[in-house]
Design a protein around this ligand. Structure first.
Ligand code: 13P
Ligand code: ZN
Length: 273
């Protein structure tokens, strides 16, 4: 099968373009990765042109031998839909999970500079979900970034404030949201900090930078990013109108919601203010 015709490649391209249309990907901002299924790799193998092994910059033994579709470093989400073979590519990991090589695309370029964070998040999620989770997404979500200048950088506060912004929020991200303080992006250190949070959450805020989301497929992962960013937009609007809420969803309301929707909301987020 032609590489670009494969359903998982089409899904990846559509998600990248959806993110661009939301305004989350100025210039080369943001990146996306997908852990391909063995049968998907098999279906496009005839198109492979194998490059040299390169160091990942961290070690992910739990992903040894796996293949990933990734966006390229310095590439624009805006261009993914018109020149995918330049903007995205497929990589293969070696048997130790320490090196990668490009097997398709990225026209002389390299995978996203956030590859260590993507792969360490994939490793955590693969193990925790028995392989169900396949997508890791990083976006420069405007309103979430704005909130990192005014809210304390604490997961209890971010989770609770965003839950209150829309009744569906606690159902969409019942585990809550992690928060990584400002750190230099692109390396192992921020990857370690983020993947530690991914053991508990499906989303992590990067202070003054953006957000990471993880999920089973493109719809769920994009939907998670979209829901959190929309909640953040509502909070930014409300804070711009007046600093205090006149009324809101109370902790006991959230407990009742959890019961009816059969989700577990950790009590640490249901504190009295
Ligand atoms: P890349 O172009 O290397 O993917 O970097 C963009 C980005 O958002 C870094 O955090
Ligand atoms: Zn970024």
């Amino acid at each position: 099968m032609k590489f670009l015709k494969a359903e998982f490649v089409q899904g990846f391209i559509r998600m990248a373009n959806d993110g661009w249309e939301q305004g989350w990907h100025e210039r080369n901002g943001g990146n996306l990765s997908y852990r391909a299924k063995p049968e998907e790799v098999e279906s496009v193998k005839e198109n492979f042109s194998v490059g040299e092994w390169q160091p990942i910059g961290t070690s992910v033994p739990g992903l040894a031998g796996e293949y990933f579709l990734v966006t390229g470093s310095g590439k624009y989400f805006r261009n993914v839909i018109i020149k995918p073979e330049d903007s995205i590519g497929m990589i293969e990991l070696d048997e130790k999970g320490e090196n990668y090589r490009i097997v398709w695309g990225l026209a002389g370029g390299r995978p996203t500079s956030e590859l260590p964070t993507h792969l360490m998040n994939h490793e955590v999620k693969k193990e925790l979900t028995g392989g169900r989770y396949r997508v890791i997404y990083h976006a420069h979500t405007t309103n979430v970034i704005a909130l990192t200048f005014v809210l304390p950088l604490e997961e209890e506060v971010f989770t609770r404030e965003l839950w209150e912004m829309a009744t569906e929020c606690p159902v969409v991200f019942p585990a809550g949201i992690g928060v990584v303080p400002w750190m230099v992006p692109g390396g192992r250190e921020i990857a370690v900090a983020t993947s530690r949070l991914m053991k508990e959450y499906d989303a992590a805020v990067w202070a003054h930078h953006g957000m990471f989301a993880a999920g089973e497929d493109f719809d769920l992962t994009f939907g998670l990013m979209h829901t959190i960013e929309k909640a953040a937009e509502i909070l930014v609007k409300l804070l711009s109108m007046q600093p205090q809420k006149r009324q809101t969803i109370q902790p006991d309301d959230l407990r009742r919601l959890a019961e009816d929707f059969k989700v577990m909301l950790p009590e640490k987020f249901l504190y009295e203010k």
